[in-house]
Design a protein around this ligand. Structure first.
Ligand SMILES: [Zn+2]
Length: 141
Protein backbone atom coordinates (compact mmCIF):
# COMPACT_ATOMS: atom_id res chain seq x y z
CA UNK A 1 0.00 0.00 0.00
CA UNK A 2 2.81 2.41 0.83
CA UNK A 3 4.44 1.63 -2.52
CA UNK A 4 1.16 2.46 -4.32
CA UNK A 5 0.79 5.69 -2.34
CA UNK A 6 4.39 6.66 -3.11
CA UNK A 7 3.81 5.96 -6.79
CA UNK A 8 0.68 8.13 -6.70
CA UNK A 9 2.71 10.94 -5.14
CA UNK A 10 5.43 10.55 -7.75
CA UNK A 11 2.87 10.72 -10.58
CA UNK A 12 1.10 13.69 -8.98
CA UNK A 13 4.45 15.43 -8.48
CA UNK A 14 5.41 14.81 -12.11
CA UNK A 15 2.09 16.23 -13.40
CA UNK A 16 2.28 19.19 -11.00
CA UNK A 17 5.77 20.09 -12.23
CA UNK A 18 4.75 19.71 -15.88
CA UNK A 19 1.56 21.73 -15.29
CA UNK A 20 3.50 24.53 -13.62
CA UNK A 21 6.00 24.52 -16.49
CA UNK A 22 3.21 24.73 -19.09
CA UNK A 23 1.54 27.57 -17.15
CA UNK A 24 4.84 29.45 -16.97
CA UNK A 25 5.37 29.01 -20.71
CA UNK A 26 1.82 30.18 -21.50
CA UNK A 27 2.43 33.22 -19.26
CA UNK A 28 5.73 33.95 -21.01
CA UNK A 29 4.09 33.55 -24.41
CA UNK A 30 1.58 36.31 -23.68
CA UNK A 31 3.69 38.54 -21.42
CA UNK A 32 6.83 40.08 -22.91
CA UNK A 33 9.42 40.40 -20.11
CA UNK A 34 11.21 43.14 -22.09
CA UNK A 35 8.24 45.50 -21.84
CA UNK A 36 5.99 44.18 -19.04
CA UNK A 37 5.89 45.56 -15.51
CA UNK A 38 4.48 42.21 -14.29
CA UNK A 39 7.99 40.75 -14.25
CA UNK A 40 10.46 42.58 -12.01
CA UNK A 41 13.98 43.18 -13.29
CA UNK A 42 16.77 40.86 -12.20
CA UNK A 43 17.74 41.82 -8.61
CA UNK A 44 21.44 41.03 -9.23
CA UNK A 45 21.53 43.34 -12.23
CA UNK A 46 19.45 46.00 -10.45
CA UNK A 47 21.81 46.04 -7.44
CA UNK A 48 25.19 45.52 -9.10
CA UNK A 49 24.79 46.34 -12.79
CA UNK A 50 26.28 42.91 -13.53
CA UNK A 51 24.56 40.29 -15.67
CA UNK A 52 23.88 37.10 -13.71
CA UNK A 53 23.83 33.76 -15.59
CA UNK A 54 20.03 33.98 -15.79
CA UNK A 55 19.82 37.55 -17.07
CA UNK A 56 17.87 37.59 -20.32
CA UNK A 57 16.53 34.04 -19.89
CA UNK A 58 12.87 35.09 -19.61
CA UNK A 59 13.23 37.39 -22.63
CA UNK A 60 15.01 34.55 -24.47
CA UNK A 61 12.22 32.11 -23.62
CA UNK A 62 9.59 34.64 -24.77
CA UNK A 63 11.49 35.14 -28.04
CA UNK A 64 11.85 31.39 -28.50
CA UNK A 65 8.12 30.85 -27.93
CA UNK A 66 7.53 33.33 -30.75
CA UNK A 67 9.97 31.51 -33.04
CA UNK A 68 12.71 34.15 -32.83
CA UNK A 69 15.76 32.01 -32.06
CA UNK A 70 18.19 34.80 -33.07
CA UNK A 71 16.77 37.13 -30.41
CA UNK A 72 16.76 34.25 -27.92
CA UNK A 73 20.50 33.71 -28.49
CA UNK A 74 21.14 37.43 -28.12
CA UNK A 75 19.33 37.52 -24.78
CA UNK A 76 20.91 34.42 -23.22
CA UNK A 77 23.03 32.08 -25.36
CA UNK A 78 23.69 29.62 -22.53
CA UNK A 79 19.95 29.08 -22.08
CA UNK A 80 19.68 27.93 -25.70
CA UNK A 81 22.63 25.58 -25.23
CA UNK A 82 20.97 24.18 -22.09
CA UNK A 83 17.62 23.71 -23.88
CA UNK A 84 19.35 21.94 -26.77
CA UNK A 85 21.42 19.75 -24.43
CA UNK A 86 18.32 18.87 -22.41
CA UNK A 87 16.33 18.03 -25.55
CA UNK A 88 19.12 15.98 -27.12
CA UNK A 89 20.34 14.15 -24.02
CA UNK A 90 17.81 11.27 -24.06
CA UNK A 91 18.42 10.28 -27.69
CA UNK A 92 22.18 10.76 -27.21
CA UNK A 93 22.11 8.60 -24.06
CA UNK A 94 20.38 5.83 -26.01
CA UNK A 95 23.04 5.98 -28.75
CA UNK A 96 25.83 5.92 -26.14
CA UNK A 97 24.26 2.93 -24.36
CA UNK A 98 23.84 1.10 -27.67
CA UNK A 99 27.58 1.66 -28.22
CA UNK A 100 28.28 0.14 -24.79
CA UNK A 101 29.32 3.42 -23.16
CA UNK A 102 28.42 3.84 -19.50
CA UNK A 103 26.28 7.00 -19.43
CA UNK A 104 26.15 7.40 -15.64
CA UNK A 105 29.81 8.48 -15.56
CA UNK A 106 29.19 10.96 -18.39
CA UNK A 107 26.13 12.34 -16.58
CA UNK A 108 28.06 12.66 -13.30
CA UNK A 109 30.86 14.56 -15.05
CA UNK A 110 28.44 16.89 -16.79
CA UNK A 111 26.56 17.58 -13.56
CA UNK A 112 29.81 18.25 -11.67
CA UNK A 113 31.06 20.56 -14.45
CA UNK A 114 27.82 22.52 -14.67
CA UNK A 115 28.46 24.91 -11.73
CA UNK A 116 31.91 25.73 -13.18
CA UNK A 117 30.40 26.36 -16.59
CA UNK A 118 27.79 28.67 -15.09
CA UNK A 119 30.38 30.61 -13.05
CA UNK A 120 32.64 30.96 -16.12
CA UNK A 121 29.65 32.14 -18.15
CA UNK A 122 28.79 34.64 -15.40
CA UNK A 123 32.30 36.10 -15.44
CA UNK A 124 32.72 36.12 -19.21
CA UNK A 125 29.38 37.78 -19.98
CA UNK A 126 30.36 40.73 -17.77
CA UNK A 127 33.57 41.50 -19.66
CA UNK A 128 32.57 44.52 -21.77
CA UNK A 129 34.90 43.63 -24.65
CA UNK A 130 34.09 41.86 -27.91
CA UNK A 131 33.50 38.88 -28.24
CA UNK A 132 32.54 38.50 -24.55
CA UNK A 133 30.04 41.35 -24.88
CA UNK A 134 28.01 39.02 -27.14
CA UNK A 135 27.26 36.90 -24.05
CA UNK A 136 25.54 39.80 -22.27
CA UNK A 137 21.85 40.26 -22.98
CA UNK A 138 21.47 42.77 -25.74
CA UNK A 139 18.51 44.10 -27.65
CA UNK A 140 18.22 42.40 -31.02
CA UNK A 141 18.90 44.73 -33.95
ZN1 LIG B 1 20.17 38.45 -13.77
Amino acid sequence: MNVTLTMHHAVLHRYAVRGALVLALVFLFFVNPATSTLIPPCPVHAMTGLHCPGCGSLRATHALLHGDSVAAVQYNPLLLVMFAAFALWRPLRKVLRDCGIETQRVEARVVSALPWLIVAYWVLRNIPVYPFSLLAPHVPA
